[in-house]
Design a protein around this ligand. Structure first.
Ligand code: SAH
Length: 509
């Protein structure tokens, strides 16, 4: 029998909540893994780093069907590694802080499987920094203790010395303690901790759903019940918990905690969602359209054969650029097809998309519509009798072509793609709108607006509290035609401009 190849296990800290707080090494390990065993607390968005063919096993340790015991997880790690696989065991926060890594590491040692531990940002550190409750602020505390709240009831073997904790002259941070908050508060008080000691609960740290509840030790149980705090949450006890509200940079962001619906195609939604998360808001991705390439049609293929005849080639959207170069890749061609052309783009975003393929556009005016681009190009270059190729969406208006023709150009307008309707779960979203769970609906194109309101009638939106934000006048016009109340139109017609406008509307005056 041939010697079986041995795999390797990475015990990786996923970080505390938001997906980009993982370490670079952690993300790299996810990228190379054959198999990933994922904890309940690890952000599922991290799995987007995984290879498409990676096996992903969710191993929640709760009670009930589909849950795993620690022994089962240990065995799974060992058996996957013995199959010769690179295994990532993805754990919330830091893998070793209340993470039962020791048991997994011992099982791997016993089976002769190699392992590496990749540290992560533990919840206490993240909760502190995302609330401004500084655990070791020198004014309040020069020491900090991490404690598991699991053992508070004393039923399990406990190493907790309540006498010591009650007297501890620093900050206490209890993990897994929300279920036994009243016991913890009682024990600390019974052992002599002052009833007015500041306490803060931090739930869902680093996520748009993050919450903080502050109260003195004697009132924290009631405050927690009133706010319906649920795990995952931390209990922070000590003078530092009283800390400075002014340092709470995260929750102070104007869009913090707001729910914003994106209504573009899947790729556009994903990109927009990242920007929304970056401003502390919660994105809800609802696809309304899909980009359908037309690059296998005769018109496009014929155009390619005489690309060199055109003086100028115009791209008007990043989508167009992507569709074009996907088609080139399929044909075994690359950016050199444009060796003899000058290139103009509508907007910096489109130019940036071209740059990804190694092309520096020759003309990138700061404009947002085809008409403006046309006028600018006519003013910039002498187009008289020159051949111009416009590569756009099939649904684009004729403005650009008209203006270029007026400038004397011989224009060919070749569609690269079309936009087809495609909707997500409209019923579920309508319910969220009606229940008042949505703060903003955003629209970045007239076709998205049309398809959205085909799926979800305007009544639900007009009657609800969700506000409607449009990327620019053309989209706003379309929304109004559909009978939708438009609450704001961005001044700069980009997704960043859209978020700036929403932020301005939300900023307290
Ligand atoms: N290894 C993890 C902790 C696992 S124990 C770490 O290093 O963070 C699980 C406990 O961690 C939860 O009960 C909760 O107390 C805390 N926790 C994890 N993620 C949290 C978050 N985003 N916000 C608040 N507490 C969190």
């Amino acid at each position: 029998m041939s010697q079986a190849k041995k795999g390797f296990v990475y015990l990786v800290g996923a970080g505390p909540g938001r997906a980009d707080l993982i370490t670079l090494r952690g993300a790299e390990r996810i990228r190379i893994a054959d198999c990933i065993l994922c904890d309940k607390l690890a952000n599922p968005a991290l799995l987007e780093h995984a290879r498409l063919d990676a096996q992903i096993i969710h191993v929640p340790k709760r009670i009930g069907a589909g849950s795993f015991t620690q022994d089962q997880i240990n065995q799974l790690l060992v058996s996957k590694a013995l199959e010769g696989k690179i295994v990532v065991r993805l754990k919330g926060g830091d893998p070793c802080i209340f993470g039962r890594v020791t048991e997994e590491a011992i099982a791997l040692n016993e089976a002769g499987v190699g392992f590496e531990i990749v540290p992560g940002v533990t919840a206490a550190i993240a909760a502190s920094e995302y609330t401004g409750i500084m655990l070791t602020d020198r004014r309040y505390s020069s020491q900090v203790a991490f404690i598991t709240g699991r053992e508070a009831d004393g039923k399990e073997d406990t190493n907790i010395d309540w006498d010591v904790l009650a007297r501890f002259p620093g900050t206490l941070v209890f993990y897994m303690g929300i279920g036994s908050l009243s016991l913890i508060a009682e024990r600390l008080t019974a052992h002599g901790r002052a009833a007015d000691t500041p306490v803060a609960l931090v739930a869902d740290a680093t996520l748009p759903s993050q919450r903080v509840v502050r109260a003195p030790l004697c009132g924290i149980v009631e405050a927690s019940q009133k706010a319906k705090i649920e795990p995952p949450a931390l209990i922070i006890v000590g003078a530092a918990a009283g800390g400075d509200e002014e340092l709470n940079w995260f929750m102070r962001q104007p869009l913090f905690g707001k729910t914003i619906v994106t209504t573009r195609d899947a790729a556009g939604n994903a990109e927009f969602a990242r920007k929304i998360l970056d401003r502390g808001a919660r994105p809800v991705e609802f696809a309304t359209i899909a980009i359908q390439p037309l690059t296998d049609g005769n018109e496009f293929l014929r155009t390619l054969t005489h690309l060199a005849d055109y003086h100028w080639v115009i791209f008007t959207s990043p989508n167009g650029v992507k569709v074009f170069f996907d088609a080139m890749a399929a044909l075994g061609k690359d950016a050199r097809v444009f060796a003899s052309n000058k290139l103009a783009t509508l907007g910096a975003k489109t130019a940036a998309a071209l740059a990804q393929y190694g092309i520096k556009a020759d003309f990138v005016p700061t404009v947002f519509t085809g008409r403006e681009l046309g006028w600018q190009l006519v003013a910039f270059a002498n187009l008289n009798g020159k051949k111009v190729l416009s590569l756009r969406s099939e649904l684009a208006t004729d403005d650009l072509v008209d203006v270029l023709q007026k400038g004397g150009a011989i224009v060919e307008d070749v569609p690269l793609y079309t936009v087809v309707p495609k909707t997500g779960d409209a019923e579920a979203l309508r319910r969220q709108i009606e229940d008042g769970q949505i703060d903003w609906l955003t629209f970045a194109s007239p076709s998205a607006a049309r398809n959205f309101f085909d799926a979800i009638g305007p009544e639900a939106v007009n009657a609800g509290r969700a506000r409607v934000a449009s990327i620019g006048p053309v989209t706003s016009e379309q929304l109004k035609k559909l009978g939708v109340r438009v609450d704001l139109t961005a001044a700069e017609y980009t997704t960043d401009g859209l978020l700036d406008a929403i932020e301005a509307a939300e900023r307290p005056t």
